[in-house]
Design a protein around this ligand. Structure first.
Ligand SMILES: [Zn+2]
Length: 482
């Protein structure tokens, strides 16, 4: 009897292994095969323009009283001076005081337009970190084949590359078949309320529907996808949502010499511990499923087998993702406390304790659903939960990997970048394009640069090679606007 069971088990195991191997070997290769055209050499003038763009302190301060309009006006004048043909032949509109919308009329008005987006503003240099920079963050220094400075990677590389390509094509007499818009917001880092939000509303009143929108987002990486030897273009087809909750507890305090069993601060910290130790459910959203099916076949054993059979290896894949903060963020809604407030004096028990907790919502996890979950997890009615600024930004819809947006960006990155693989994926951050889902079904978040460094941090920089390729990417994209 035992022998019989054992041999049945062995047979089942062989059949199962065969099934896994079959699925691994027959997983379709979704990589389009396109040979790259060599990118033109980097011109001195383009480089000088990029360097100058970094020198304008177009800063979005969290404390809006520090906001200064002068650099934005100067930056606009710099664009006018530097790209004369763009300003002569495209029409330009200023929205919300400082955001810029350019319209490059196409020959064929029956075709739906393309939209290219980038933002003018940059994040400030965090106080106390100025001395940690190797160079002056607003000098536009070139060093070790990189352009250094605040805004190089986020997002002036895209803005300048778009303008350089357009000016170059205008010089050659080119006019696109379809209309192309450039949208350059001025407050993306402050959630785009004056810029992108207003522009999206304007486009809606004009009933503009675009076939493709490209905004900042993923990039080409040699480092971020473990186990892959080729560079990979991470082309985001969806982005996570954003919500901030304020948790507060009030309870009579008193003198710290006679503490009650539980204080407001105790109740709040217990709630935070519960929240942090109860992760939300892990799930593969559509963009992540696409990621698995696009890259799986190019991975080595056993990763390719796991990726070809995600239903069977889900828990293994999830465990792998959970190892890093960025991986974990791809598979679940995350919550993290970012600000705590309580207490005024060392011998007074505070009567009020508050925590600000930031959530990044997986598409499909609505804000309302997550708030209900948070209440369940904390399970203490003394903790009052409020949505900060009454604003919930839900996770975005997903652009289909079979749609014109992904397909076009995929083919152009491959024709402008040597031996790159590409894949859809879920963007963790938030972009201005999240306000444009009524304008287009094909919103792609992708910056054509390779492994930017110091994003929002110290020594932000991008390689000269990236800049050369970004211009090449946008030139080919504009040429494809037919
Ligand atoms: Zn940005």
């Amino acid at each position: 009897m035992f022998k019989k069971t054992l041999s049945l088990l062995i047979i089942a195991l062989i059949v199962f292994s065969g099934y896994l191997a079959f699925r691994t070997m027959t997983a379709p290769d979704k990589q389009s095969k396109i040979n790259a055209l060599p990118a033109p050499a980097l011109s001195d003038s383009a480089l000088l323009h990029f360097q100058e763009a970094i020198r304008y302190k177009t800063i979005s301060f969290g404390d809006t009283s520090r906001w200064d309009s002068i650099p934005f006006i100067q930056f606009r004048q710099f664009l006018e001076k530097t790209y004369p043909l763009v300003h002569l032949q495209l029409s330009r509109e200023i929205v919300g005081g400082y955001s810029l919308v350019y319209e490059w009329k196409g020959k064929n008005p029956s075709l739906k337009p393309f939209i290219l987006m980038a933002h003018q503003d940059v994040v400030p240099i965090e106080e106390g970190t100025e001395k940690m920079w190797t160079v002056d963050p607003f000098a536009g220094t070139i060093k070790d084949d990189y352009i250094w400075g605040r805004g190089t990677t986020d997002d002036k590389i895209n803005l300048i590359s778009i303008m350089e390509s357009a000016e170059k094509l205008l010089r050659s007499g080119y006019q696109p078949e379809r209309t192309v818009y450039f949208i350059f917001g001025h407050d993306e880092e402050l959630s785009g309320q004056q810029g992108a939000v207003q522009i999206a509303a304007l486009f809606q009143t004009r009933n503009i529907k675009a076939d493709i929108i490209i905004d900042e987002g993923g990039f080409v990486t040699r480092e971020k996808v473990p186990g892959m030897s080729q560079p990979i273009a991470l082309i985001a087809t969806a982005e996570k949502g954003y919500m901030t909750l304020e948790l507060s507890v009030s309870k009579s305090g008193g003198h710290s010499s006679m503490p009650e069993a539980e204080t407001a601060l105790d109740i709040l910290t217990k709630a935070i511990v519960r929240l942090r130790s109860t992760p939300f459910e892990a799930r593969f959203v559509e963009a992540t499923k696409d990621f698995i099916s696009y890259l799986g076949p190019s991975m080595k054993f056993p990763n390719n087998m796991a990726m070809a059979n995600p239903d069977i290896f889900q828990s293994l894949i999830v465990k792998n993702y959970e190892k890093s903060g960025s991986g974990n963020a791809m598979i679940r809604t995350t919550a993290v406390p970012t600000i705590l407030h309580s207490g005024v004096k060392d011998n007074v028990i505070p009567t009020l304790a508050t925590a600000t907790v930031n959530f990044r919502l997986l598409p499909g996890d609505s804000g309302v659903f997550i708030i209900r979950k948070v209440k369940e997890i904390i399970n203490d009615p003394r903790v009052i939960i409020k949505v900060k600024n009454d604003r919930i930004i839900e996770g975005s819809p997903t652009a289909s990997a079979d749609g014109i947006g992904f397909k076009r960006v995929d083919s152009i990155i491959k024709s402008s970048y040597d031996s790159v693989l590409s894949t859809p994926f879920l963007l963790i951050g938030a972009t201005d394009s999240r306000y444009f889902y009524n304008i287009s079904d094909n919103i792609i978040k992708f910056s054509p640069m390779e492994d930017p460094i110091g994003f929002h941090g110290i020594d932000e920089r991008v390689s000269l090679k990236s800049f050369r390729h970004a211009m090449w990417f946008f030139e080919q994209f504009l040429l494809s606007a037919k």
